[in-house]
Ligand binder design. Structure first.
Ligand SMILES: N[C@@H](CCC(=O)N[C@@H](CS)C(=O)NCC(=O)O)C(=O)O
Length: 293
């Protein structure tokens, strides 16, 4: 009966408990050494099976181990991580609030699928994407069956998933703080570009040094600006800062002239091999910052 099975081991609970009792009583020692090398807490019941997943930065390696008396036969296979991860980004044909997600996934060696929603469809009365959107907006991010909205929640989710969300509670809080600073700047830019375009960008551009000096100072306080915004490992806030710098450099090419640490940061992070590959890709080059007319 399915309900009586240990889902990960394919034997009945009674059989497994009996086997574990025997194991504690010193039986099955020959098996134990072997199974220990496979990091089993207890010697598995012969005939049982378990799922192996090894997720490193490359492809997911998965397989099943079938236990027989004294040995485990491993049936191991590698998947292309895109097939396994099932990441889908649903967004408008823009960099926008999805670009940092793309930077993270590409640099972490993950693949994803793009689901583009055209503005003309979005603004029709029956747009399914809009109806489903929890807060009536995009991006939407899917990780297999798991669906998430709110771009910064997606960044934090990926941050935790890839171990790029800080090594301690305080580090995570600082990463969050920097990320919120990026969000504030992004909102100011969104206002001038999309909500009040008639006002122009002159004042915004003139005020940019005030905005950037905060990030320049943050960088200077961590390894003299030679590494990341917080700690000694990349975090989702680094990718988000990088994206907002890329956007500003594209719109206002001279904007970092008096910010040597931010300039070096942008060059350094952009030259990480996997990230650089993405940044040079046609998909990225064809994705605009503001909607194409
Ligand atoms: N706080 C949300 C804001 C999302 C947002 O502003 N999405 C815009 C595109 S960047 C949108 O869906 N605009 C269409 C609409 O509001 O109908 C997030 O970070 O995801």
């Amino acid at each position: 009966m399915a309900g009586d099975l240990y889902p990960d081991h394919g034997v009945t609970g009674t059989e497994n408990r009996q086997y574990n009792r025997e194991q504690r009583a010193g039986k099955h020692e020959a098996d134990a050494a072997l199974y220990k090398s496979h990091q089993c807490e207890q010697t598995p019941h012969p005939g049982s099976w378990r799922r192996h997943d090894q997720r490193t930065q490359g492809p997911l390696v998965a397989g099943y181990g079938i236990y027989t008396q004294g040995q485990e036969i491993l049936l191991t296979f590698s998947f292309c991580s895109s097939l396994v991860s099932g990441y889908v980004i649903t967004y408008f044909p823009l960099r926008g609030r999805s670009e940092t997600i793309r930077l993270i996934l590409s640099d972490q060696g993950a693949k994803w699928t793009e689901e583009e929603v055209q503005f003309t469809d979005w603004f029709t009365a029956n747009c399914e994407h809009k109806k489903q959107a929890v807060f009536g907006q995009l991006p939407k991010f899917k990780d297999g069956d798991f669906v998430l909205y709110q771009s910064n929640s997606i960044l934090r989710y990926l941050g935790r998933k890839y171990g790029i969300a800080g090594g301690s509670n305080q580090e995570s809080a600082l990463i969050d703080m920097v990320n919120d600073g990026v969000e504030d700047l992004r909102m100011k830019l969104v206002r001038v570009l999309f909500y009040e375009p008639e006002k122009g960008t002159e004042k915004y551009e003139a005020d940019l040094p005030d905005q950037f000096s905060a990030f320049e100072r943050i960088l200077s306080q961590n390894s003299n600006g030679t590494r990341f915004v917080v700690g000694d490992q990349i975090s989702y806030a680094d990718y988000n800062l990088l994206d907002i710098l890329h956007v500003h450099l594209a719109l206002f090419p001279a904007c970092l002239a008096s910010f040597p640490l931010l300039t070096a940061f942008s060059d350094r992070i952009s030259s990480r091999p996997k990230l650089m590959e993405y940044l040079k890709s046609e998909a990225r080059k064809n994705r605009p910052i503001v909607p194409k007319k």
